[in-house]
Ligand binder design. Structure first.
Ligand code: LLP
Length: 444
């Protein structure tokens, strides 16, 4: 977060709160989330997209992707900042409901929503359900019929775009599980099927090409293909979809190697792309551009948070004659951030509890779990006097860290703390061993 500073004693502070006090009061490991940082990023996306698309289609809606990180406080902030919310499970929907999130501003995703989840979404009155398969078209229509409502739906389209990101988080290419394929005409067929149901209201077309993307070329291609489908739906099926969603996936900086576009520039580029693709249709009847929406998760919440760990051990490993590496073990690891193990994700870290004039040493920060792949930061220069009891901060852990966390090795999950105006509070409390044992109902 931008409010990170060093105080006179060399301790890291965030939003006016120093990390040593945080560790003393709440323990480590802990996720520390700067509330104003989150809110200002959310606002930057909301305003950037509203402004850039004002002339193109009267504005754009930003759906915060709750899968990156969601709790009731964050859902309330999202609502207060005027964004919409993308949920992709009954659990995320339950968080939104508990936060009282306005239902008409919720979009519901997923490639295998259960009947119960669909019913919960329709009963709450979500603004759109994104359909992912023919099976699901019928399932949503059946639930809508049984409830006596009309379900607002979008069609998720596989646009056949190869986004240049890690294979596990790319979703636009053909051979994967999401959406209706464009190449085999499935997407048009899906639109035809939806339009034939009087319990389904086709709100628009959706695509999401992947995550941690920096090059807008992928969005250009997906917008072109979505617009092409929009035209087909209009000319062949006589339906003008009121919305187009370009999905999320906007990259953030984990290390200095990444330079993401500021939200307003990103929005301006996407607005140009959409304007251009519609203009290229050269079709008078289609000059009315549908309302555009996007679904950023990582780019909003990722930079707002760092994880605070305490160093437990430091071990020197010789790498040939000239080099050595220090293995710095902390009190967390792949259970609170599985991304290095899962995606070879790069992070950085800094000594947070004091400053040091010691020479830099090559360090690998590792967790406490029983796997050698349990890496927190692959390579970092830390002061050579880094020692047990020091605090280490790993920035950029707001997205897909707590969300993907586990209790591996029966490790209770860290709390999520919010800092703001010199004060800290708990958003999600630390799990306890009792929480873990409470699930284990076996006897004798
Ligand atoms: N919309 C849809 C339909 C999505 O599937 C996703 C992410 C998003 C929006 C938000 O994407 P974002 O703006 O946060 O990149 N666990 C992986 C990322 C998986 C992304 C899944 N879908 C990771 O840690 O990198």
């Amino acid at each position: 977060p931008e409010t990170v500073r060093r105080d006179a004693e060399g301790r890291l502070t965030v939003a006016g709160v120093d990390v040593v006090s945080l560790a003393r009061e709440y323990g480590t490991a802990a996720y520390v989330l700067d509330e104003q940082d989150f809110r200002s990023r959310a606002r930057a996306f909301r305003d950037g997209f509203a402004d850039a698309f004002a002339q193109v289609c009267g504005g754009a809606d930003v759906y915060y992707a709750g899968k990156a990180f969601l709790c009731t406080s964050v859902a309330r902030w999202v609502a207060e900042e005027g964004l919409s919310l993308d949920v992709c499970s009954g659990g995320e929907l339950a968080v939104a409901r508990r936060a009282g999130f306005p239902p008409e501003r919720i979009g519901f995703h997923g490639n295998n929503k259960s009947v119960e989840e669909i019913r919960a979404a329709l009963e709450y009155g979500v603004g759109r359900i994104v359909l992912d398969s023919f099976t699901e078209i019928e399932r949503v229509a059946d639930v809508a019929t049984s409830l006596g409502v009309v379900a607002p739906v979008m069609i998720r389209v596989t646009v056949g775009v190869e986004a240049h990101t890690h294979e596990f988080i790319a979703t636009g290419h053909e051979d994967q599980k999401f959406g209706f394929s464009l190449s085999e005409g499935q997407a048009l067929e899906a639109a035809r099927t939806v339009l034939a149901h009087d319990r389904l209201d086709l709100r628009g077309l959706h695509s999401h090409i992947g995550s941690q993307i920096f090059d807008t070329g992928g969005f250009e291609l997906s917008a072109r293909r979505l617009v092409g489908l929009h035209r087909q739906v209009a000319t062949e099926l006589g339906h003008h979809s009121p919305e187009i969603d370009l999905g999320g996936g906007f990259g953030m900086a984990y290390t200095s190697q990444h330079t993401p576009l500021p939200p307003e520039h990103l929005a301006a580029q996407l607005a140009d792309i959409v304007r251009h693709e519609f203009a290229a249709l050269g079709d008078e009847a289609l000059t009315r551009v549908p309302r555009v929406s996007v679904e950023p998760g990582r780019a909003i919440v990722g930079p707002s948070t760092f994880t605070l760990y305490e160093v437990g051990t430091v071990k020197e490993v010789q790498l040939g004659d000239l080099h050595s590496r220090a293995y710095v073990s902390v009190d967390g690891g792949m259970s609170d951030n599985v991304r290095p193990a899962l995606y070879e994700a790069d992070y950085s870290c800094t000594l947070a509890s004091r400053s040091s004039d010691a020479a830099p040493m090559l360090a690998r920060v590792v967790g406490k779990h029983c796997e050698s792949g349990d890496i927190v930061v692959q390579d970092e220069w830390l002061p050579a006097d880094t020692r047990p009891g020091d605090l280490i901060a790993v920035p950029g852990t707001g997205a897909y860290c707590r969300a993907l966390s586990s209790q591996y090795n029966h490790t209770p999950r860290p709390p999520v703390l919010a800092v703001r105006d010199g004060a800290a509070r708990v958003l999600v409390r630390r799990e306890t061993i009792d929480d873990l044992l409470a699930l284990d109902v076996g006897s004798s």
